[in-house]
Design a protein around this ligand. Sequence first.
Ligand code: NFS
Length: 670
Amino acid sequence: MAKKKRTPQEYSADPAAQEMLILAEELGVGTAFHRADEMPPCNIGSAGMCCKNCGMGPCRLTKDGLTGVCGATIDTIQARNLTRAIAAGSAAHSDHGRDMAFTLKAVANGQAEGYVIRDVAKLRTVAAKYGIPIEGRAPEEIANDLADLYIAQFGQQNGKIAPIIRAPKKRQQLWEEQGVIPRGIDREVVEALHRTHIGDDQDPEHILQHAVRTALADGWGGSMIATDISDILFGTPAPILGQANLGVLREDMVNVVVHGHEPTLSEMIVAASQDPEIIAYAQAAGAKGVNLSGICCTANEILMRQGIPAAGNFLQQELAILTGAVEAMVVDVQCIMQALVGIAQNFHTKIITTSPKVRIKGALHIEFDEHKALTVAKEILRHAIDNFKNRGQTRIPDIREKLVPGFSHEYINYMLGGSYRGSFRPLNDAIMAGRIRGVAAIVGCNNPRSQQDYLHTYVAQELLKQDVLLVETGCGAIASAKLGLLLAEAGLEKVGPGLREVCETVGIPPVLHMGSCVDNTRILTVLTQMVEEGGLGDDIDQIPAVGLAPEWMSEKALSIGVYCMASGAYVIFGGTSPVSGMPDKVSDSDLVSRLMSEGWEKIYGGKMEFVPDPDEMIRRTLAHIDKKREALKLPPYDPSRFGKSGDSRVLELEALPLAERQAALYGMSV
Ligand code: NFS
């Protein structure tokens, strides 16, 4: 394939990113965007047609009837490759959950410096779900029991992982019948690796069944545990004002960017940055203080709880360094580019690794330990402050956007009904009436093979016009934030009339930011609560809802896609399919794709498809929503019935003379 070099405008839809990419070219510094041009994807591997699971290969199955040296068919190879990717994704999310559980245990036993249990109500609610006694007990005692229960989920060998009881009853029964309820989180990941080893499971359908079990161990296991404990330790998110994009970096302050995924360290860095001793240290170095910001899901974690600004999503990690204004980029786990070290060598930026699991050659390693977290956080900040004097010329784009994140499922429940009558009833009613046509979750990564943020925001805006309420997480949420879609008043004129009325009445943005990627479990909880509320069927697959990952790239995204599918959702991924095969060359190489679409739909009511064209994504999303509405015997979507209440009605009334207004409002005669 000929190398094609794109322009900065083709690389990214975000003007701040474009500005930095122009600068990168001036400076002759390469980024992921440039490397993507230099490195076209292998068309055999990207289609799932290469097997390198043993030393007889790699085998490339590019012709009809070809098999691997061991005889493995294209279908077996594709199913194996996909399952391995899902195992890696499930492992990443779940290991994050495990670390959170260890932190909770340490906090409960007074062994974690600086942490407290911030949300006792959530601790009690979660513990009670599992029958842990709560009455008359101290939060630490309850937390200790919950930590033990959660830690046990990883190594459990038989039975069912505990959080599975939080799914709708009918769904649990279906999983039971299909034999996909995870027994223990680690066990499913290990078995996925075992089954896909040379000479093991060679029935694609059977391999995929275990992919589902491994993904469920993530969604209803490791990730759910991670979200629960983050809320218990750091507070359940509620709406808060924040900012997003590279313009949140400050000329007059020491800029520390936290990047990665786990909130344990970043929350402590937030606390340390506000410590008078650290502020004084920064002032002595000639700065006004320490300005923290985040990249990727760590950004989401501290944005939605503390209002700490997000410097950007996945593809902005290198661009932040290009500003020349970052004293330290502090990374923990996942989605961290090795290229950061190389790019930082052109500037004064220090890359600081902190996880015992992640080191990068050339980076400074300051290991995080939850037992002395505040001390470590202060040490990291001192390194950053000491580096302030080495700052050279800076180029911070003057581009940032306000947003309101923090829509946890607890808050959505509250906002729809208040403290005493919180409920999902108004949401269900709005869907049933057709005011809201359906719900879509737009989640997942950026991918430098497509224009950064474009697919996320194009699909989002088009669905909003069609009265589809959006929930977002991960880098997709940051993409919408940068465009200003996460503000109550922003862009409502471009939103369909029914959805607009709901947003104006409840006072919410049409796009609800629900957190990081492990927080996709909040979406599972919302869907379950919608089922329990009644009126939209008795299982998740009956709700008019779709999940989309338009710019996916990580194995974690595949795991998320599959657990959402198995929970009953129609899941659409953009970009390329890792199981596409080359139908023109290998006649039956679409079997795995068909199993994931029609096959899974027959079993789970959800399906997973790869659709590169955004207009086709939108078409399929709306068709699915309408199909589900019809099955529920709801009125067909008709936007002409709405738009006469909410702010538009208020404005209409305000324009009337007083007497006429009174007549309209109170039936008084004019
Ligand atoms: Ni999700 Fe969050 Fe972003 Fe993709 Fe990476 S940060 S866990 S994997 S790139 S959305």
